[in-house]
Design a protein around this ligand. Structure first.
Ligand code: DX5
Ligand code: ZN
Length: 214
């Protein structure tokens, strides 16, 4: 069963509650948090997560594109995040482990994310501890970029690791996912698809979500 996580980065922030209700057929709400340091863009943070928590029953998938995320993971859990993902490039291995421990102590799910240039093996120190691994299929920072099909061997490699070491772990992809590229992702073993512009630009959002789910 393929899950869809629309990214609200492509929503209209002046009508965020309405735009979250438009994706009620999805499986997660993907929330992109950017700090202007880890990525060259600034988006939204803790107060916005707190405000969107009551407007949906869907779990909030909070993608932290921030430097040293261990500093903030507990606050994102308290704000209402259900699944918190941290980039392996954003801190030391020890601090990423601490971030995962802190997220679990709050009763929430934890995940790790890899940027396009980071090898699949970078997830190995964390694979037994996390509920989800996210593979970026664009350079993080902006919605609407072109899908990097050359990330598919990495998705396949991480799928093999997951099947061997932690079969319950979900495998998510993020960036440039549309009704064509989604097929490459699922064929490579991803089971959660983030989609920003392809969902929010669709005339019929529920139909687009069904199309992406395949
Ligand atoms: C990029 C973000 C993505 C982005 C995806 O840094 O992590 O979640 O919103 O947008 P699309 O689907 O338009 O590539
Ligand atoms: Zn994202």
């Amino acid at each position: 069963m393929i899950k869809i996580a629309p990214s609200i980065l492509s929503a209209d922030f002046a009508h965020l509650g309405r735009d979250i209700q438009r994706i009620s057929d999805a499986d997660y709400v993907h929330v992109d948090v950017m700090d202007g340091l880890f990525v060259p863009n600034i988006s939204i943070g803790i107060p916005v997560v707190k405000c969107i928590r009551p407007v949906t029953d869907l779990p909030l998938d909070v993608h932290l594109m921030i430097d040293r995320p261990v500093r903030y993971v507990e606050q994102f859990c308290d704000a209402g995040g259900d699944l918190i993902t941290c980039h392996v490039e954003a801190d030391t291995e020890e601090n990423i482990h601490s971030a995962i421990v802190k997220i679990h102590a709050k009763g929430k799910k934890a995940g790790v994310v890899v940027k396009p240039k980071t090898p699949a093996s970078a997830v190995l120190p964390f694979i037994n501890e996390v509920e989800l691994i996210l593979v970026m299929t664009v350079e993080p920072g902006f919605g609407g970029q072109k899908f990097m099909a050359d990330m598919m061997p990495k998705v396949q490699e991480i799928r093999r690791y997951i099947d061997a070491m932690n079969p319950a772990c979900e495998l998510e992809v993020d960036g440039g996912v549309d009704p064509v590229t989604c097929k490459l992702c699922t064929a490579s073993g991803a089971n959660v698809l983030v989609a920003g512009s392809s969902v929010y630009k669709a005339e019929d959002i529920p139909a687009r979500i069904r199309e992406l789910r395949g």
